[in-house]
Every structure is written in C-alpha cells, then in structure tokens.
Design a protein around this ligand. Structure first.
Ligand SMILES: [Ca+2]
Length: 427
C-alpha cells in the first residue's frame, strides 16, 4: 500500500504541474523559441519549459506505468474483494454447516464411543456373572451327582420302614370299622359331600369302635402357629402308629362332621406332665363351612372328667370371664384372620388357630411348653398361650398330650361309658 500512496502523491503533483502548464506555459522546443505559440512567455518560463520538455517523455512513460499499476492494483483490489466476499461466504457457509453436521457428527461419534464403552463394560460384567453362575452350577452338578450316587446306593439297600395304608375305605373311621377295619392306622375316607377321599388316622379299639382323629399333640414336634390356609388344608404328619402331631384340616373336619344324620361326639383326651389322663365329650359336634369361618357348634357337654372348658371359665379377674371364654358358636381364627370377639387379635397374639372368643378357656392348638408350667415372661404378648384346659389345669400350665377325635353318637353313652353293643353301630 505504501507504493500505491507514493504513486498517488506523484500523480497529484504531476496534475498540479500539468494544470500550471496549461494555464501558464506549455512545453516548447528544447531551445526557447519566441516564435512558438507560447513564445511571449518564453523569457520567464523558458527554463521551466525546457525542464518539462526534457522530462515529459519520462513523465508520460511513468504516468503510463502508473496507470498500468493503478489498473493492476484496481484489478488486484477487486480480486481481493472478491476473495473477501468468497471467504465471507465460505465462512458463513461453514458456520451454517458446522453445528448441523460436523459438530453434531463428532458429538454423535463421542456418544457412540461412550455407549460402546458402557456396553463393553456391561458385557464384561455379564460375562463375569455368567462365569460365576457357571461355576456355581458346576458345583451344584457335582453335588447332585454325589447325592444321586448316595441315593442310588441307598436305593439298593432294602427299605427299613414302610407306611402301610389300609385297604378298607369308608365315609369315616366307624364306617371302616363296621366294614372290617380291625387295626388302628391310616385309612382313606370319603365323606358324603367330599370331592375326593383323603387320608385319616383311625383309632380302632377292641370294641370295634372307629374314632376319626382330628388333632394330635404329643411331643411339640410340629409348630401349630399356622395361617388360615394351613389350618384349612391341615398340617403336620399322619403316621400309622400314632407317633406324629397334626391338624387334620378344617375343610375335612367340616365335611366329616356334617355328613350324617347320626350326629358325632367330639372326644377330647388329654395327658398332663405327671401322666394323668382326662377327657371331655361334646354331643352333636359340627364345624360350619368356610363361608361361616368354620364355626364350632355342639349341643351340650356329653360328659367326661376333665370338666367343660368349652363353656368358658371364671378365672376370677372379671365376672364376665366365663362368658367371654366360652367356645360354642365361635368362628375359627388364625394369626392372619381375626374372627374373635376381642378388640385385639387373639390368634395373632397367641400364635395358633382356634375358635377364639375373648379369648379362651380351652386352647388345644396352643404353644407347646416342655414340662407344662410357663409364665407371662415366656410369652410374646404376655397372654396365656399354652395348651390349656382351664377346668383341669391352670391356664399357665400347658398340657403334654391331646387328642381330638369324633365318633357317631350311638357308639358312646353319656358320661363316656363305652357302648360296646355292636347293634348300635352299623350305620
Ligand atoms: Ca378381634
């Protein structure tokens, strides 16, 4: 740009000179000539004209050169402007393009890379987990092979014990005894309205009486803290030799108890820790259907030497105790189902299923206490929750053994005197 300025300055100077020339003098011959059209000025401008004359060709040349240079510069400038415009356009274009494509593209690529990294890490983790599972499975397979080997070995040995199920069937154990069942053991019974036969323990005595056993406690080996469904279906174990504890199941007890026009007697037999035995009988024992929450009903206390605990007991704390601890007409409650007459939840507090009132004077599904005696401190909620028959032992004394069993009423007499007459029986 410096050269351009210099050239422009020269042009201005020359223009000034040129205008001066036109106004005052004009180039003349090398030697001042008065005859020349500018001759009148000659004497005073001669030197200048002479000077100009001498330098005009160079000046013209220089001017031509300058014009050329200007032309070039002008061209260059235009080119530069074009270039600038082009660059601006390119920049604008690039700016426009960059975020949409390249930045986005590169950011997408980064995302992809991160995603792949994550996925690789997750897959490595998965591989590690699968390897662990594989190892665990291999160990399990080894264990199972070992067990299979052991079982195979055991199977080759002759069986030491068999459970014998008697071949006689009937609607209850008395029916089975009537049909020739002679020994106590496991039999299939099918009460009138039962969809299918089920297994029961029949106690068949020397007088050919068949007792269908509903409940058995003898050693505390079975936990009676069970829920509604378990009490409904039954739990524990039936054994052919009366060695195990169980609850036959409310649904089965219901079906058995309502099937016949001849009502049942419920007999409750109990043994304490001193080996004393007592019993209580209830006439017309029935268990309602599940829609009535397996309600307990009986007509009257039929006899026995244990006392009528089902009728409640006056513990002495409150005059209403007897009324609120009776069981006739009570619905069944379990820790997960409160059908009692108490503002709280007897079955839940005492960990058993029973025909709870508020709560009980008889409680044969209670907690098993070794030795019998227990205190509030032994219980979770401070309530008497043992195996109780309040008309015999204190409610803080838990019985050693119990049996609940039914028989058609015509097989027993009032007061528990056995009716041995076979003529009574065949029903
Ligand atoms: Ca309640």
């Amino acid at each position: 740009m410096g050269s351009v300025k210099h050239a422009l300055a020269s042009i201005l100077l020359l223009s000034a000179l040129s205008s001066a020339m036109r106004g005052d003098f004009s180039p003349t011959q090398e030697i001042c000539n008065p005859n020349d059209k500018f001759g009148t000025y000659c004497p005073t401008t001669c030197g200048v004209a002479d000077y100009l004359q001498r330098y005009t060709p160079d000046m013209d040349q220089q001017l031509d050169q300058m014009e050329q240079d200007l032309e070039e510069i002008s061209n260059l400038t235009r080119g530069a402007q074009d270039k600038v415009v082009f660059l601006k356009d390119s920049e604008a274009h690039a700016l426009k393009q960059a975020p949409d494509t390249y930045i986005k593209k590169s950011s997408n690529m980064l995302d992809d890379i991160m995603r792949f990294e994550k996925s690789i890490l997750a897959q490595e983790d998965q591989i590690y987990q699968l390897q662990s599972i594989l190892q665990a499975n291999e160990k399990r397979i080894t264990d199972l092979k070992q067990m299979s080997f052991e079982l195979d070995r055991l199977c080759k040995e002759p069986c030491k014990e068999t459970v014998e199920i008697q071949m006689v069937n009937g609607k209850d154990c008395q029916d089975i005894a009537n049909k020739g069942g002679k020994v106590s053991g496991l039999y299939y019974v099918k009460p009138a309205r039962a969809a299918e036969a089920f297994l029961v323990y029949c106690e068949i005595d020397s007088q050919e009486r068949g007792w269908t056993v509903l409940q058995r406690r003898r050693d505390g080996s079975v936990d009676f803290n069970k829920n509604w469904v378990q009490y409904k279906e039954g739990f524990g174990y039936l054994s052919p030799d009366d060695r195990t504890e169980f609850w036959l199941g409310n649904e089965k007890i219901h079906l058995l108890s309502v099937q016949s026009s001849v009502p049942y007697v419920l007999r409750i037999e109990m043994v304490d820790w001193e080996g004393n035995k007592k019993f209580a009988d209830y006439a017309n024992f029935k268990l309602g259907p599940e829609v009535d929450e397996y309600r307990l009903t009986y007509a009257y206390y039929f006899g026995g030497d244990a006392g009528d605990a089902f009728d409640g007991y006056a513990f002495g704390d409150d005059p209403s105790d007897k009324f609120y601890t009776s069981h006739n007409g009570m619905q069944f409650s379990t820790p997960d189902k409160d059908n009692d007459k108490f503002q709280e939840h007897c079955a839940q507090q005492e960990g058993s299923g029973w025909w709870m009132n508020r709560c009980h004077a008889a409680h044969l599904n209670g907690k098993y206490y070794q030795g019998g005696k227990y205190t509030e401190k032994d219980t979770e909620y401070g309530y008497d929750n043992g195996i109780i028959w309040a008309t015999w032992h204190s409610r803080w004394y838990s019985l050693k053994e119990t049996t609940m069993k039914i028989i058609p009423i015509n097989r027993v007499t009032v007061g528990g005197q056995e009716s041995g007459s076979k003529n009574f029986g065949d029903i």
